[in-house]
Ligand binder design. Structure first.
Ligand code: SF4
Length: 444
């Protein structure tokens, strides 16, 4: 039985590091505490409770989490500090050692936070209490949906991963692949409509693997969501190449609400390196997916993740990878530098890449990406398109995105915010970060 008196007149501050999934989960934790009467702190106010949701995708991410926890501890010296998320799941002792930490909650416990908050008195010295399960016992799918502004909402549809790519620790931090039911997710999409939201981004760890824990399929999910009246657009945040089936591509092309915007992790353009990573496809399959998307939706935006400098990636294999990527009709690259992760199979691969060389490879792909993005934007200048403008400070230029993920800039007009507006795309804005536009009178 929750003792509500513990939360009377309490305030909380929330901090999130890492991915959209983490933001969605922090927002869900905030809702749980708000239902107990806990108010969010105002700027500059000292909090009674601090929740820090951590990331552990790279060594640098771990370091940033430690720095953030110390900084937050100084900002809110009397607050009961709770640390959760992937770093807390993977390194609970390290986190519990950090001064100011009172409670470390694992992945299985984070959304059941109330069960561990019967006493909010701050620990005087000593280590934080750890409540976490082993990775194999992480079973619960905790629903969550958050919004970075009133236009776009991030709906968590899946969690965990069964793939165990050799460079990745996420399966150890988030457990086995599991998901919410289609009925509950359609219900959450309707709640977004009720709140005036127009765009939903489907998030998860391996969302194409949706259905593992409910016996449903990703195709069933997107078909059901496409019927929710009031949503203008859905975006599929990221989907594995081997899981983006031709059926999914054809469905998106013909759908009412799914945007022609794909984010597909390639990780390497070399089949030899893909094998070392234990990825579940080769470059031929990846090329087929890109060509299939472009034949079904020539205007589609395709963003691609690539890791540079993984173990085993020799100079020759990187050159091979770069020329494969150059040959693809894609729109943008997200380039990550390989980071050694404890407990991963990749550490058994002898060949490692010098940090300087990693930096050079990263630069080469980022330059390549700039060229592809510029070409993609310029190809659409002069076209009519619908933009969902996001909130902006009064008087400032406002920005929004087309369905095929082109950033558009327009003079401030609050009547247009969060409404699909028909425009003709014009040339670049001053700092070449967005296209300007001319309004077409009729607003859809
Ligand atoms: S698919 Fe691979 S890279 Fe992605 S979360 Fe799973 S193990 Fe990690």
């Amino acid at each position: 039985m929750i003792d509500r008196t513990v939360f009377e007149n309490k305030t909380a501050a929330y901090y999130t590091l890492g991915c959209k999934l983490n933001f969605a989960e922090t927002s869900a934790i905030g809702k749980v505490l708000a239902e107990q009467g806990v108010r969010k702190v105002r700027n500059g106010e000292k909090a009674d409770i601090c929740v820090v949701n951590t990331c552990s995708v790279t060594e640098l991410a771990d370091k940033k989490c430690r720095q953030a926890i110390r900084r937050i501890g100084k900002q809110h010296p009397d607050a009961f500090m709770i640390v959760t998320g992937c770093y807390a799941q993977l390194k609970p002792e390290d986190v519990a050692h950090i001064e100011g930490v009172d409670l470390v909650l694992g992945a299985e416990q984070k959304l059941d936070i109330l069960s561990y908050l019967d006493d909010l008195s701050k620990k005087q010295g000593g280590e934080g209490t750890i409540v976490a399960s082993g990775t194999k016992d992480i079973r619960t799918f905790a629903p969550s949906c958050s919004s970075d502004d009133r236009t776009r909402h991030f709906l968590k549809v899946q969690d965990g991963c069964d793939y165990f790519c050799t460079y990745c620790t996420i399966p150890f931090a988030r457990g086995r692949s599991r998901n919410g039911t289609i009925a509950s997710l359609v219900g959450q999409a309707k709640e977004v409509v009720a709140k005036g939201g127009k765009e939903i981004v489907l998030t998860g760890v391996n969302i194409g693997d949706f259905g593992k824990s409910t016996g449903e399929t990703f195709m069933d999910l997107i078909r059901a969501l496409d019927e929710v009246e009031g949503i203008t657009r859905y975006r599929i945040s990221s989907i594995e190449p081997n899981l983006i089936t031709d059926e999914v591509i054809d469905f998106v092309a013909a759908s009412k609400r799914f945007a022609p915007h794909f984010h597909i992790p390639l990780q390497s353009g070399s089949d030899t390196v893909l094998k070392l990573m234990k990825r579940k496809y080769d470059t031929a399959l990846f090329r087929h997916k890109v060509e299939k998307i472009k034949s079904a939706m020539p205007h589609a935006f395709i963003g691609v993740d690539v890791i540079v400098g993984t173990r085993g990636e020799t100079d020759a294999l990187f050159d091979e990878a770069q020329s494969f990527i150059e040959s693809l009709d894609i729109s943008q690259l997200h380039v990550f530098s390989y980071s050694e992760r404890p407990g991963t199979q990749a550490l058994k691969i002898a060949h490692s890449v010098d940090p300087k060389e990693k930096h050079l490879r990263s630069k080469r792909l980022l330059d390549l990406s700039d060229g592809k993005l510029q070409a993609f934007y310029e190809k659409h200048i002069g076209e009519a398109s619908a933009v969902l403008f996001e909130h902006a400070r009064r008087g400032n230029a406002m920005h929004g995105f087309t369905a095929n993920y082109i950033k558009v800039e327009a003079p401030y007009d609050d009547a247009l915010i969060n409404e699909p507006v028909k425009v003709v795309l014009a040339g670049w804005n001053e700092d070449k970060t967005a296209l300007l536009c001319n309004r077409i009178n009729d607003v859809e």
